[in-house]
Design a protein. Structure first.
Lengths: 275, 70
């Protein structure tokens, strides 16, 4: 009978705080309805006139060493990413939010409060910049054979020569197709950036991860004033018509994940093509 | 050759909807604010993120045939 008690006493459940995002203020009742990392409601940690929304994160699962192991586990990673995203998206529906990167764990609420106080000015400026805005994604995929195909040269020659000529023409066409698609991606990105508050390009996704049939030439993220959303959608359609060499796909709305880093430290290489 | 990671396409409504994992990881792993401090266990450690993504690519690579080398 006493063994359970002893086991619990031997391993006290130390709880950290998994940060989802920072908002200006939060209604406690609303937060109670948002499920966090393990299904339990998220909590507010208030400091410096800001509110950090956190999940209680037992350090035996979310501490540094367990986290290293868990991030290697695709099923765990997906569950964590989706749970985190659901919270951030729920906050974004209610107002501006500065989303935290996945797996931002503090050892206790006091540390969260200290972070809020230390970065107050920057967080407030970011919240102001994000108000009334949202993130949309535009991905572009190569459309094989859409670029003008060089006419197959006629001429004398044996079967082997004809094969080589055909093969060379195919390879040339493929290079030309790739170049045309890349150029189209540049133009599309530039045009979208003119309508957006800000735009950036993530690294193209690995086809084995995306399941896409052809290679990705554009993985753009755009911060939009909500007022221009209809124009933006129309522009994506117009650009798709103008550039048959790429297929465009619009995603969103996203919480403004791509527009909160004070400096895009490095180009993002999250899900890149293998070398 | 689709996997559960296949991208969704979205229309233009202002509603949040289920998203493709690969699109989500683009955003939540490499971007987002990092509030760092001495006791913060944030995975701001770039190496760690890269390790986890190698594992991710490997897991998916085991499910799907490798990309055409062309």
């Amino acid at each position: 009978m006493s063994s359970t008690v002893e086991a619990a006493a031997a391993r006290p459940a130390v709880a950290g705080a998994w940060l989802h995002g920072v908002v200006r203020d939060a209604d406690r009742a609303a937060l109670a309805a948002i499920a966090g990392m393990d299904g339990a409601p998220v909590r507010a940690v208030s400091a410096a006139g800001l509110v950090a929304v956190v999940s209680t994160a037992p350090l035996d699962e979310y501490g540094e060493q367990p986290l290293r192991r868990n991030l290697e586990d695709l099923a765990w990673l997906e569950r964590a990413a989706r749970a985190h995203h659901e919270v951030v998206a729920a906050l974004a529906r209610r107002g501006p939010v500065v989303p935290a990167r996945l797996a931002t764990v503090h050892t206790d609420d006091g540390r969260v409060a200290e972070s809020l106080a230390a970065r107050r000015a920057e967080l407030v400026a970011t919240l102001d910049r994000l108000t009334g805005r949202g993130e949309w994604g535009v991905k572009g995929y190569l459309v094989p054979g859409a670029a003008a195909v060089s006419a197959e040269p006629a001429g004398a020659g044996g079967v082997g020569t004809a094969y080589l000529r055909r093969r060379r023409a195919q390879l040339t066409a493929r290079d030309e197709g790739q170049q045309a698609a890349s150029a189209a991606a540049e133009e599309v990105h530039a045009a979208l950036c003119e309508l957006a508050v800000a735009g950036r390009r993530h690294a193209p996704q690995d086809r084995r991860l995306s399941g896409a049939a052809t290679s990705m030439v554009l993985n753009g993220a755009y911060l939009l004033d909500l007022a221009v959303l209809a124009d933006f959608t129309a522009l994506v359609g117009a650009l798709a018509d103008r550039h048959p060499e790429i297929k465009l796909e619009l995603t969103g709305p996203w919480p403004p994940y791509s527009f909160v880093a004070e400096r895009p430290a490095e180009p993002t290489h999250t899900v890149r093509e293998p070398r | 050759m689709t996997t559960s990671l296949a991208p969704n396409s979205a229309d233009d409504a202002l509603a949040y909807r289920p998203v493709a994992l690969v699109d989500l990881l683009d955003r939540v792993l490499a971007t987002g604010v990092v509030i760092s401090g001495d006791l913060t266990l944030a995975i701001a450690d770039v190496d760690l993120v890269r390790i986890s993504l190698r594992a991710l690519v490997a897991s998916v690579g085991a499910l799907a045939p490798p990309e055409d080398a062309g």
